[in-house]
Design a protein around this ligand. Structure first.
Ligand SMILES: [Zn+2]
Length: 199
């Protein structure tokens, strides 16, 4: 807040990269698994909105989203383009049309707490799950680091696909240390074939 100009330049560059980004094989395979009825929802720390671009449903974004702006005073939510348009016109303090408060991307910044309503959506998802698939996370950041143990304590099983080892590898039914893009599409295709054989 003390140097909005500098921060806005950085955000603008990051924001434009996020706009250009397209879903990868991992995102697309999650959507496929969901269409097969084998994936209830997605918990993510990413703010890039790529799960939505891949048409997945029931996505909980723990760290918020770079596709929205939020007023720091009244919490009104805007499309991020509202903020970007003001910055592109040279505005150093993009502002809320309702209260004139400063707008920021609706993503969690360093030092900001996570939103309680989002944490409770994530808790609901963990409470209900019977299989937690961990994809591409070393589980080093809370609250995500806490979810596998919580799911295990509630009787769920866990499967991990991550290039590096994690602290919960020894508790998992399956651990695969490979790239998601190489291994996950094969798994989803096996699931698809098995479902088709049954029907
Ligand atoms: Zn406002």
């Amino acid at each position: 807040m003390s140097d909005t100009k500098k921060n806005l330049d950085f955000m603008l560059e990051m924001g434009l990269n996020i706009f250009k980004a397209r879903p990868n094989k991992g995102h697309k395979m999650l959507t496929k698994l969901q269409k097969l009825g084998k994936l209830e929802g997605i918990l993510t720390q990413n703010i890039d909105g790529l799960h939505q671009k891949a048409h997945s449903k029931n996505i909980v974004e723990l760290h918020g989203t770079a596709h929205e702006a939020i007023c720091m005073v009244c919490n009104k939510i805007y499309p991020i383009t509202t903020m970007i348009n003001q910055v592109m016109k040279g505005e150093d303090r993009p502002s809320c049309e309702a209260c004139n408060g400063l707008l920021k991307p609706n993503a969690i910044f360093f030092g900001e707490p996570l939103r309680s309503e989002i944490l409770s959506q994530a808790d609901d998802m963990i409470n209900k799950c019977d299989l937690l698939i961990i994809l591409g996370s070393s589980l080093l950041v809370y609250p995500v680091a806490f979810y596998p143990r919580k799911a295990l304590s509630l009787g769920a099983k866990i499967a991990i696909i991550n290039i590096q080892e994690t602290d919960v590898d020894s508790f998992a039914e399956v651990v695969i240390h490979e790239k998601i893009g190489e291994v996950f599409p094969r798994i989803v295709n096996i699931v698809k074939n098995e479902i088709e054989e049954v029907h």
